[in-house]
Design a protein around this ligand. Structure first.
Ligand code: PBG
Length: 336
């Protein structure tokens, strides 16, 4: 018996035609992930010849400056455009006013110099926030009730950003969420002659529980204890507020905008890109990395495939680049 379908019972449009062959699948691909999209976050620790594992972030280490300089050369040779630097200082360097943040010979500043010496072509992005340097783990200076003081904190952030730029940072990245700090930092940098030092503003930074492993990595988790950052980081419930934040920071002189965390906030990336049309970045944060790693280690997900898919999603959402702890793995994979 032959089955004959009447004309008109066929679909006119068969989207599967274009999916039938590898060449046509490649031709119609709308987004691509490349090495140029990657920013690698790195943790620098004191000492020399030291590398420390971080239990909640498999494959990521705290490196002393000498080892970090070597690693920087490798990253540059892989074609990774930039790294984001996070210092991990000893308890004796932490204080209520975070003076260590602007020490010209502090750990972060020395690391910047060493990386720029070792791999001048590698962009260095520095974190502007006081949490690595405060005894209480908050991003700013607190009053006697524990409230983070906006304008007092901003003064210190300006000194920190200037110290980083003096040391050779290419991009300073305020992740503290104080009001008005982008404008203040911009004028500090201009006055100091750093007219070409870019500002990447963590404008849409949410008060997220996904930062847990990072706080372990920088050793601020214990200090923060039961504390939280709700009075300055954004409520995960909000979306319009993110656009408001971004618009203000751009008006104050931000060159680039960061959305953070990443995967749970790709709707925000899309809105920022569509409505503001500026260089837009997103951070696949430590908790996102940790949960992927847990599934990979259990054999529940295929590492390479899921890693690439997760990052392609950022591109599809409109991100121009992605901060990700997978950056080195991805670059190795793309380089073959
Ligand atoms: C703090 C800072 C945080 C991260 C980067 N900078 C954590 C926080 O706000 O407590 C998190 C990054 C990550 O989770 O990977 N200035």
């Amino acid at each position: 018996m032959t089955i004959s379908l009447k004309r008109g019972a066929f679909p006119n449009t068969r989207l599967r035609r274009m999916r039938a062959n590898d060449f046509s699948r490649r031709l119609m691909q709308e987004n691509q992930l490349g090495v140029n999209d990657l920013i690698y976050p790195m943790f620098v620790c004191e000492g020399s010849g030291d590398r420390q594992t971080i239990s909640s972030m498999p494959g990521i280490e705290r490196l002393s400056i000498d080892l970090m300089a070597k690693e920087a050369k490798l990253l540059a040779s892989l074609g990774i455009p930039a790294i984001a630097l996070f210092p991990v200082v000893g308890a004796e360097k932490k204080s209520l006013f975070a003076e260590e943040a602007y020490n010209p010979n502090g750990l972060a500043q020395d690391a910047i110099k060493a990386i720029k010496d070792a791999a001048p072509e590698l962009g260095v992005i520095t974190d502007v926030a006081l949490d690595p340097y405060t005894t209480h783990g908050q991003d700013g200076i607190i009053d006697d009730k524990g409230y983070v003081l906006n304008d007092r904190t901003t003064e210190t952030l300006c000194m920190q950003a200037e110290a980083q730029a003096n040391a050779g940072a290419d991009i300073v990245a305020p992740s503290d969420m104080m009001d008005g700090r982008i404008g203040a930092i911009r004028s500090t940098l201009e006055n100091a002659g750093h007219i070409n030092t870019c500002i990447l503003s963590y404008a849409a930074k949410y008060a997220s529980a996904y930062y847990g492993p990072f706080r372990d990595a920088v050793g601020s988790a214990g200090n923060l204890k039961g504390g939280n950052k709700y009075t300055y980081q954004m409520d995960p419930a909000n979306s319009n507020e993110a656009l408001h934040e971004c618009a203000l920071d751009l008006a104050e002189g931000a060159d680039m905008i960061m959305v953070k965390p990443g995967m749970p906030y790709l709707d925000i990336v899309r809105r920022v890109k569509d409505e503001l049309a500026v260089p837009t970045y997103a951070y696949q944060v430590s908790g996102e990395y940790a949960m992927h790693c847990a599934a990979f280690e259990n054999g529940w997900l295929d590492k390479n495939a899921v890693m690439m898919e997760s990052l392609l999603a950022f591109k599809r959402a409109g991100a121009d680049g992605i901060l990700t702890y997978f950056a080195k793995d991805v670059a190795l994979l793309l380089n073959n």
